[in-house]
Write a protein that binds this ligand. Structure first.
Ligand SMILES: [Zn+2]
Length: 116
């Protein structure tokens, strides 16, 4: 009984540490997004690999839709990503095209990402 509580507590502490590290990496990569895109890409790739290794779910609305999964470039509308809205069989789609690697990603929702 006490072992289960100890392991559960250890997992939560581990998750808190992982979350704080991922948030730090995301904030650093956002700050370098326009000035040093190579460094920003490096930090996003570290964040993405760390999240996969720890089996941590990144928040889709704030993090996952803001960078390219192929080249890890942070998406800045008009600079690093092209956003198009299309209709196919009465379904609205938003297509994000990365301008660095030309990788396309389609989303169902019609909510575009915010420009900062
Ligand atoms: Zn890309």
């Amino acid at each position: 009984m006490t072992k289960k509580k100890a392991t559960k507590k250890a997992i939560t502490v581990r998750e808190e540490i992982a979350q704080s590290r991922l948030e730090y990496l995301w904030n650093v990569s956002l700050s370098y997004g326009t000035t040093f895109p190579g460094i920003s890409r490096y930090y996003v790739s570290i964040m993405w690999e760390m999240g996969k290794r720890l089996n941590y779910r990144l928040d889709s609305q704030t993090v996952k839709r803001y960078f390219c999964k192929k080249c890890c470039t942070i998406w800045i509308p008009g600079k690093t990503v092209q956003i198009r809205q299309t209709r196919h069989k009465k379904r609205k789609r938003v297509i994000y095209t990365c301008l660095y690697c030309e990788h396309c990603k389609r989303y169902k929702s019609c909510k575009p990402i915010k420009s900062s």
